[in-house]
Design a protein around this ligand. Sequence first.
Ligand SMILES: [Zn+2]
Length: 291
Amino acid sequence: MRCLLCQIPLEKYLHKNGYWIYRCQNCHLGQTDLKRDYTKFVKEFYSEGYYEGDPTRSAYADYELDKPLIVKNMHKFLAFISDRKPSGKLLDVGCAFGYVVEIAKSRGYDAYGFDPSSFAAGKASELVGKNRIQEGTIQEVTYPKASFDVITMFDVFEHLQEPLADMKKLATLLKPDGIIIIATGDTRSIAARIMKRRWTFFIPPQHIFFFHRKNVAKLLHLAGLKPTAWHKVGKWLSLGYVLHLARTTGESAIASWVYTRIKKTPLMRFPLYIPMKDNMVIIAEKGGKQS
Ligand SMILES: [Zn+2]
């Protein structure tokens, strides 16, 4: 494998969940070797088990029960653009069950979304209506060019196999003065540096790319986009979600023990504010140099 940005061979970085994560020695971009076809993978992997606590997957303990907290985080993300783009046509990439589309509508946007998982896209259609949701990957979906004021990518960027090609396509969907807002993990955050392999973002196979500020800026630039604002954020998570992450990606036996004991109780939904600030929110507009 070669670095998407520097084109030099990647080196082995760490092994987790049966996958190797590689890293570029020059720009420190991390990449999981997925070992199989991506499009097929995303359609199979993001099924019910992904959202409902399958112990073999470091994903959601119960996505629907966690909705109030997910909604809280998404409002926080959308607040970053409320001055600049308080309304207009919005597209949510990787919309899962459609929560961002629903929230964006409530904030005054004409909101749409898509997801490669037919399970998730079905749930989203039930929530916000079929006319607002498409099923497919970024490369598969069809929207008119230059039609969106805002494109949102919350906790999606790290799931992409071809982020450069994908960002180029998304840039074509933006109006000339449109903006993209991305929330993803930051490999140079203090949490990532301290936790190393146990950092909750290192979850192969679903997390494929691992960025920090500098290399994500380079990628956006190559896609014809220019970052204009950066934010660091903490997140609201449920106790159940935190324990599920800790027992899977954190490889913690204690978390696994506690999780099993509180699994069917309301304690699972106990809200925790995680001030780790290992997420970065990037706002970008058109105007970088297209490669
Ligand atoms: Zn590189």
